[in-house]
Ligand binder design. Sequence first.
Ligand code: ATP
Ligand code: MG
Length: 389
Amino acid sequence: MARIEILTIGDELLDGRLVDSNAGWMSSRLADAGLEVARHTSVGDRDDELITVLREAAGRSDAVLVSGGLGPTSDDRTAACAARAFGRGIVRHAEAFAHTESFFASRGREMPVSNAKQADLPDGCELLPNPHGTACGFRLDADGCRLYFLPGVPRELEAMVADHVLPDLRDRIAAEPLRIATLKVFGVGESDVAQRLEGDEPLVAPSGDLTVQYRATFPEIHVRLVLRGGYDDTLDRLRHEAARRIGRHVFAVGGARCDRSFADVVVAELEAAHATVAVAEDLVAGGVGALLAESADARHVVLGGELHPEPLGAAPALARDVRLRHGATVGVAVLPGPEPDGFRAAVSTESGGQERAMRFPVEPDHLRRLAAYVALTLVRRALADPGDA
Ligand code: ATP
Ligand code: MG
């Protein structure tokens, strides 16, 4: 497996003025192409740090993607440092000079003297054209490593990675393909999921090398099965087995990305059942309407709702009431209490109803979101098994 690193440059990354989105963006594009990133590093605009880090990264990796510091100002030191790091001279690159000059000409402006510096590049590098900016990128082979130097401006960098870096990397690095499946889970804790997948009987991949990754985005848990090597049907079998073990708590399954949201799933299930929903919720404890609205199709299934400024009555009665008043298939109610940090959720259908009370010590917005998930999970159960409701 080839080793790839990402290096981002700029004082503003280190002092907190700027969040490093370039590293994350490049990593996700590489992951989409089945290429794994071994390390992210950030350095400020200091020659000694930058030179050291360039040498270290080149010494241990097959490819390094570098962002930032190609501009015309005095703090843009990347090309000079790259030359020093690898014992190259700096030469004025005629093609890069012409690029910068024509960039200004095409906008009816004369090139400032300082911009000429952007054409001073390490000897023996290959240019990477930048259609959106003044600074060309460049590619340099050193210590058996290929380094790609890219501008820091995200729009410029993104075009250059897509057009030049990825195709070149794919040609050079015969990646062992990564096969990725995602399972989205609600209703069971992260450690419980891990126990089911990797506890006493860990999932095993008959071919390839399996890693299980977890990410919590409250109140969901996303599980990724990452199979290095192996076959498509190996991944299919693993995904199937993982879904079986986690059971009904899995609400969506996908590939490397799974764009189906919890709201999408609930709304699709309501549509499939030709069912509609009406919601009554407490101003503070509720959140069902907002959660449903995360699905673009929510308006097809939501008949109406009401917001209660004060806690009132019992959830089951309220759910029934709102269902009848709006003529919906399912009524949903969420109320606070009975204890602090608690909520009550209820659903009502023609054949009955169900209530769930829970306490959970989290901030109010998390509690609201959890209450909405619990309420809509009751809706899903009522649809799946009307007799159960
Ligand atoms: P320029 O020619 O514009 O100076 P450059 O290659 O010198 O480009 P930098 O000076 O390092 O790039 O950064 C230019 C701008 O790009 C920054 O002010 C910032 O807005 C953005 N930028 C730089 N690095 C990153 C990063 N890692 N993530 C997100 N944005 C970044
Ligand atoms: Mg700059």
